[in-house]
Design a protein around this ligand. Structure first.
Ligand code: MG
Length: 371
């Protein structure tokens, strides 16, 4: 039903689920190790029978949220939104931000569900609702920090699975990072484009030294070499590194993006719904990036294909999204989602149904604890 026929659309119920998804492997980065995805699923129901879905994937070391925090806060956000019009997305986002200035990850789940409802009401797939078009989105495959001896084999598996890009997590041991990247480049030759991510693991001088040494392996960019608190360090590294630098943990909000552009800190931004608080603010960051002639990546945490589908729709919304790191569910041992994105040889295939086009499997809704 077109949205102009839904003048009185109202939120009638909000369902909150403790969404645990087992992983095949522990995922290790410079600041944390993840044994399973402990996510939160939000379902927003309306008086017209349209239900929107959203997912939060809290990464405590990066964002400061946990599943327990998000489950608690979601109940307050539910009270805040009940009875209101889900199509007035900007107003709903501003109300959530005023009530809860931080916690972008749990807010992103509500934001996704609101956009799912709005795009369903408009009868369009979400990427089209956002003004985007079907265009090629090719993702990398991320490998976490592990043993040097296993790096070559892991990278070869990435090639064998059809990917053309790999993201290598670094930032714990300079020497082992060097050896891992060297081994991977020697193993795969030119078959993979290589990106690295230090997750704030280096100080500025260490970062410049590491990046100068790693540049021989033809690295496309390096994410977040320095701590978020060392703002000047990020600029110093970007100014002195032969490898382009991407801000990730340094860019959560549109305000962060403005500051990074005004101070000419880095050429690339990594936008994630879990950091921005959802699509509404992510688009604002993208607009600032475009105005400042920056390029963006869309990235993820450990979302299932539901949260990842929302992120992929965002990625298709604008050509300012140039890099894609949409691999969160590859190492999940279970897939609880019906519909949604598929990935073939690294290429993201978006659903064509109205809205997000992804929803949880009913059997999982019975299994997960509902709050
Ligand atoms: Mg990163």
């Amino acid at each position: 039903m077109p949205s102009n026929q839904l003048p009185n659309l109202k939120i009638t119920a909000i369902r909150i689920f403790k969404m645990d998804i087992p992983r095949k492997d522990v995922f290790t980065i410079a600041t944390m190790a993840l044994e399973k995805a402990e996510n939160v699923l939000i379902g927003i129901e309306t008086n017209e029978g349209i239900t929107g879905w959203g997912e939060a994937s809290p990464f405590h070391a990066l964002v400061g949220e946990t599943q327990r925090i998000d489950l608690a806060v979601a109940q307050d956000l539910r009270e805040l939104l009940l009875g209101k019009n889900p199509l007035e997305i900007g107003d709903r986002i501003r109300e959530m931000d005023a009530f809860l200035p931080h916690n972008p990850t749990i807010k992103s789940a509500f934001d996704m569900a609101l956009y799912d409802i709005a795009a369903q009401a408009a009868g369009m797939p979400l990427y089209q609702f956002l003004g985007g078009t079907r265009r090629p989105l090719e993702t990398d495959f991320t490998i976490s920090i592990g043993k040097v001896e296993e790096a070559g084999e892991k990278a070869q598996q990435v090639v064998d699975r059809g990917f053309r890009m790999i993201k290598i997590k670094v930032g714990i041991s300079d020497e082992e990072d060097f050896q891992r990247v060297q081994t991977i480049r020697q193993t795969v030759g030119d078959a993979l484009r290589i990106r690295i991510d230090a997750n704030q693991g280096w100080d500025r001088m260490q970062a410049v030294a590491n990046l100068q040494r790693l540049a021989q392996f033809d690295i496309e960019f390096c994410e977040q070499p320095c701590r978020v608190s060392d703002r000047a360090g990020m600029k110093y590294v970007s100014d002195h590194s032969p490898i382009p630098i991407m801000a990730d943990e340094s860019v959560f909000s549109p305000t962060d993006a403005l500051e990074l552009v005004q101070n000419d800190v880095v050429p690339y931004f990594n936008i994630k719904l879990s950091k921005s608080g959802g699509i509404y603010r992510a688009l604002q960051i993208a607009h600032i990036a475009e105005a400042g002639s920056r390029k963006c990546m869309v990235g993820c945490m450990s979302e299932s294909r539901l949260g990842l589908t929302a992120t992929a729709h965002l990625g298709a919304a604008s050509s300012v999204f140039h890099f894609f790191d949409l691999d969160s569910f590859f190492e999940h041992a279970e897939d609880p989602i019906v519909g949604g994105v598929q990935v073939e040889d690294g290429h993201i295939i978006l659903p064509e149904e109205p809205g997000l086009g992804a929803r949880p499997d009913e059997s999982y809704l019975k299994r997960w604890q509902e709050i």
